[in-house]
Ligand binder design. Structure first.
Ligand code: E4P
Length: 217
């Protein structure tokens, strides 16, 4: 399972990269705004800065919502850096754009996916990644993890290459559950990744080992 971090915060991206288990980064317009990155040139520069920190894929989202504009914007994003994956919303023009990008060898991440039908369509269009937002489904009393299972089943039935990128991951158990269900990738906050480290028996065991070592030295 690949681990992506879902942030535009360069410090957190560096911290995750230094942990040695980071495979990529996802961003979205809200995450960029949260870091105060505004204006087209600053946004483009920020994507390049992120690519220079991590070794893996970096999702950069288009703002356009019409086919022609998405193509122009997506091509500009893809040209920024070889690690860029163009993030395209799950709308009709977005599906057409994903098909265009796929035919041109430009990798895409189909975002804002909330149903198995949408995920099937994204795969048919040739998306490199599909992003089901599990946390946002949980927020409205709908089982986000069940969507991961449904998409896994459908993609395996037909051998689709599209990778399931479990998005809107909010906590550590989401990561473990997504791994059990066979998601190819998860994207979430650094805190959720670091939560995987924690077990009280590890802390107790280490304290005891160090205490016993001191007794003998
Ligand atoms: C996916 O790529 C999105 O950036 C993200 O996972 C959304 O998460 P949220 O629902 O916590 O905002």
């Amino acid at each position: 399972m690949k681990f992506f971090i879902d942030t535009a915060n360069l410090q957190q991206i560096k911290e995750a990269q230094e942990l040695g288990v980071l495979d990529g980064v996802t961003t979205n317009p809200s995450l960029m705004a949260k870091e105060g990155i505004t204006g087209r040139n600053n946004i483009l520069k920020h994507y390049v800065d992120i690519c220079n920190i991590v070794e893996g894929d970096v999702s950069a989202e288009v703002i356009a919502t019409t086919y022609d504009e998405m193509i122009t914007e997506g091509e500009e994003l893809a040209e920024l850096h070889e690690q860029i994956v163009v993030k395209v919303p799950m709308i009709k023009d977005g599906i057409k754009a994903i098909k265009y990008f796929s035919d041109k060898g430009i990798r895409t991440n189909c975002t804002l996916v909330f149903s198995a039908g949408q995920a099937l369509l994204a795969a048919k269009a040739g998306a490199s990644y599909v992003s089901p937002f599990i946390g946002r489904l949980d927020d409205i009393s709908t089982d986000g993890l069940n969507l991961i299972s449904e998409i896994r089943l459908i993609y395996d039935n037909y051998g689709f290459d599209t990778e399931i990128l479990a998005a809107s991951v909010r906590h550590t158990m989401h990561i473990i559950d997504c791994a059990k269900l066979g998601a190819d990738v998860m994207t979430g906050p650094l805190s959720a990744i670091e939560g995987l480290l924690k077990h009280p028996l590890t802390d107790i065991g280490l304290a005891k080992f160090l205490e016993d070592y001191k007794k003998g030295n």
